[in-house]
Design a protein around this ligand. Structure first.
Ligand code: IPD
Ligand code: CA
Ligand code: CA
Length: 262
């Protein structure tokens, strides 16, 4: 069954990716604002409508939660978390760093069991299923071997409500930056996680995320041999809005820095 999930999710992510590419750097793409810092495009919505329609047709008894508002309850034991366009700000600015992210959560096992992250611009398809490893375009991937946080390349992100809330990651950023080789803010959480999975990044932290941002990527990191927790090392769940994902070797050090009380 899970093999079927990944194959199906991969196929629909490729089709949704084609929709994203069609709207990318296109004058016909319509941008609107949820708030001054949080924008959305008609392409986010059409990608979501396509993905939710296909999932509902194929798995009518599965539940769905997607970023742009689609909600479907069902008793079939699985919940699909869908981000139809992760990296919307990049997309709207013509920056080619965005993806489709689909994570499948088992309500019986209470954990993510399959996930795909697809960057259509680079044609990079990351896939994972629980217990089966993580793959990039069909080839196995592994987290990096770096054990020294001081030479680690780490990614993070800042929440959309950062101008209204003091809980805006600046304190954590100030603590981490001097301790590592570099920090990147690339603007697509699911790709950040995929890059930890394939060893391009050594770690990633962010808060105030949603399950559709993290579900697929968290499984990719675990299946690639990495570690995924809350900042304090506690159990990660996609609906708890905080994630620390690393190659495992620098995890404890990162966790101590992030969870330190001032
Ligand atoms: C956002 C991106 C970004 C992260 C934000 C997310 P969106 O998702 O993943 O990197 O920092 O918190 O909301 O809005 O582009 O789907
Ligand atoms: Ca997102
Ligand atoms: Ca999105």
């Amino acid at each position: 069954m899970q093999g079927e999930f990944v194959r199906f999710a991969r196929d629909i992510a490729i089709e949704a990716g084609a929709l994203l590419l069609k709207g990318f750097r296109s004058e016909s793409t319509i941008i609107s604002y949820k708030s001054r810092t949080d924008l959305v495009t008609d392409v986010d919505r059409s990608s979501e409508a396509f993905l939710v329609g296909r999932i509902s047709d194929r798995f009518p008894d599965h539940a769905i939660i997607a970023e742009e508002g689609s909600r479907k309850d069902a008793a079939g034991g699985y919940l699909w978390y869908v981000d139809p366009l992760d990296g919307t700000n990049n997309f709207a600015h013509g920056i080619p760093f965005f993806c489709v992210s689909i994570g499948i959560f088992s309500l019986n096992e209470s954990r993510v069991v399959a996930g795909v992250v697809y960057n259509p611009y680079l044609d990079e398809m990351f896939t994972a299923e629980r217990g089966g490893g993580a793959f990039l375009n069909g080839k196995p991937v592994h987290v990096s071997l770096t054990a020294d946080a001081g030479i680690s390349l780490i990614a993070t992100g800042f929440p959309y409500d950062r101008t209204q809330s003091g809980n805006n990651n600046l304190m954590e950023f100030n603590r981490i930056l001097p301790q590592v080789q570099g920090v990147r803010r690339m603007g697509a959480a699911a790709i950040d996680l995929s890059y930890v999975a394939c060893g391009r990044l050594d770690g990633y932290w962010e808060a105030k995320l949603f399950p559709w941002d993290m579900a697929a990527g968290s499984l990719l990191v675990e299946e690639a041999g990495g570690t995924v927790t809350r900042y304090d090392g506690g159990q990660f769940y996609p609906d708890y809005p905080e994630i620390l994902a690393t190659n495992g070797k620098i995890h404890k050090e990162m966790s101590i820095i992030l969870s330190r009380r001032e």
